[in-house]
Ligand binder design. Structure first.
Ligand code: NAD
Ligand code: ZN
Length: 243
């Protein structure tokens, strides 16, 4: 509890907060995390559905995973207390940037504005050949007809607009995230195991440039030792108490 009071005090004094979010923020929306409590189902192997080389080798593996597991979860998922509290802090002018590793689009759905989606968005898709884009609704319709889904324009393979393992991040988004992190006076990570690179370098950049580093996560992270404050409490409970 004292930790939350300290965080509330720091939030009150800051005017350039950067929030870095991970899968734990969406856990209460019913979207499983990869690591830690509530980790992803074992039925599909992330080394296959989240890997670009495997996607080219056997795209139907990804699309079976999407149709069977991811799409039903996304259809039900709604922003939770954490997403909504973050919107309030953003509207108060304190949070300047939300850097998210999440691909579920829930920050946007909740009403946040300055979002940098480091790993893309799993509700948008594009044709590998002609680049035509498809939304979540369209892709579900196409999946009912054919798996893997085929481009309505040229018949080619469609991919999700997410960064898969083995692919570089979008350099413009990464560069903006890096600049925002270096300008932060308070850098808060929430619901991230802080092991996925290069995303997990951003807290280091912030700290190196003088920000206080706060880590909110149920499980320990490799950066705990260098943080100014570590809070091992449910992220929505923490945010509800600091707004
Ligand atoms: P991660 O799965 O590696 O770690 C999640 C962390 O959240 C765990 O350490 C766990 O202790 C913590 N956690 C779980 N529930 C929590 C809660 N209610 N409050 C506080 N902490 C909680 O997640 P990551 O660091 O974001 O890395 C996962 C990678 O997988 C990312 O690249 C991301 O793109 C992708 N991913 C995204 C989603 C999503 O969009 N919702 C879900 C799973 C994975
Ligand atoms: Zn096409």
């Amino acid at each position: 509890m004292n930790n939350i009071k300290t965080l509330k005090h720091w939030v009150g004094k800051s005017d350039n907060i950067v929030l870095f979010t991970g899968a734990g923020v969406s856990a209460e929306s019913g979207i499983p995390t990869y690591r830690g409590k509530g980790g992803y189902w074992n039925k599909y192997d992330p080394d296959k559905y989240a890997n670009i080389n495997y996607f080219h080798q056997d795209p139907s593996y990804y699309w079976n995973f999407f149709k069977d597991v991811r799409s039903p979860v996304l259809k039900k998922a709604k922003p939770n207390t954490a997403h909504r509290s973050i919107v309030k802090l953003e509207n108060s002018g304190r949070i300047k940037s939300i850097i998210t590793q999440n691909i579920d689009g829930l920050h946007k759905e909740a009403g946040s504005k300055n979002i940098l989606e480091l790993h893309g968005n799993t509700r948008m898709f594009s044709c590998l050949k002609c680049k035509l884009e498809f939304d979540f609704h369209q892709i579900n319709d196409l999946l009912d007809k054919h798996l893997p889904p085929e481009c309505t324009e040229c018949g080619s393979l469609i991919r999700p607009n997410v960064i898969l393992f083995g692919e570089p991040l979008d350099p413009d988004i990464l560069s903006k995230a890096d600049t925002d992190s270096s300008l932060a006076d308070l850098f808060i990570t929430a619901g991230s195991s802080l092991v996925v690179q290069p995303a997990a370098l951003l807290p280091l950049t912030a700290k190196k440039n003088g920000a206080k580093l706060v880590i909110i996560n149920l499980d320990p992270t490799p950066l705990d030792a260098m943080a100014d404050l570590v809070i091992n409490i449910n992220v929505s409970e923490v945010f509800l108490k600091i707004i």
